[in-house]
Design a protein. Sequence first.
Length: 316
Amino acid sequence: MRLTLLPIHRPRVGISVSASTLSLVALRRPWFRRPIVKQVRERPLPSGLLKVSATEPHITDLEAFAQELRALTEGLSERTVALSVPNRAMHLGVFAFDRFPDDPEERAGLITWRFREDLNLTVGDARVMLQVFPAGTGTQVLAVAVRQTILDQYEEACGRAGLIPVSLGFSHLQLIGLYRRLLKGTRRLCVMHWAEDEFMLLLFDQGQPVFLRTRSITGGTQDLRRELVGTLQYMADQATTVHETGESSFPLYLIGGQSNVSITQLLGGEATVTVPGLRGGWQLEVVPLGWDSLPAHLNNQTGSLNGLSAMATVVG
């Protein structure tokens, strides 16, 4: 199974796993046209079947989970699937380097060290996946670390269900890939995605990731709004020279599993967010990205945020 950050080739069936739900999206791919959504399915999982963490395997009963996958995919002839697993299975980091080595083993060791030194995270024997952004005299690296035992368990469950998982990823990054053609900023842009009890905010400057923050949320949309505004302020306060200069106004893309109007309501319907800071602060234009922004023909098929994550595995 191929661990991917922003995969290019995808099968026609995508499955997204959350702690409480399985979601499936099945596509038809006409030549030279947008993909057409054939089906969107969702299936709640029994309580306690998944215990999500970044350190231990998630599935408490492999055969029961395989049965849930069989029920989700019943009647489908396609058996190759793209899989999205819970974001909390991984550690995610953005790291800056003056010089980044070419040797894969040296890279992995260096990233493991930076996870420990910068983020106080011991990733141990985790599998490390990188996306490298060279520019000028330095390099920015977007890195994922995930334990192989977690990946192996999902692969075994798929095998028991008669499925062949050809790629695996995480919705935080897959959704950026899904909407990447819509992400426009002359220099800088910000992307926020939330899933269940966690959100991620990622700032890009000249096409490079320069700031990342993930946070747990417990109080619904009010907590989400508070954490978002607080994170934007923290980002402005911590801004380094690389993104102090240049644009003071840029887009903030909010990715969610609702309509664009509903997503905008998370910020009280505001079209812009003002962040005080150096040189007059920032003005962020709110751009919602939900089901009605998808680069696919929906055929009146929509679903939840977890369903949107399943869509991200096969469209983009």
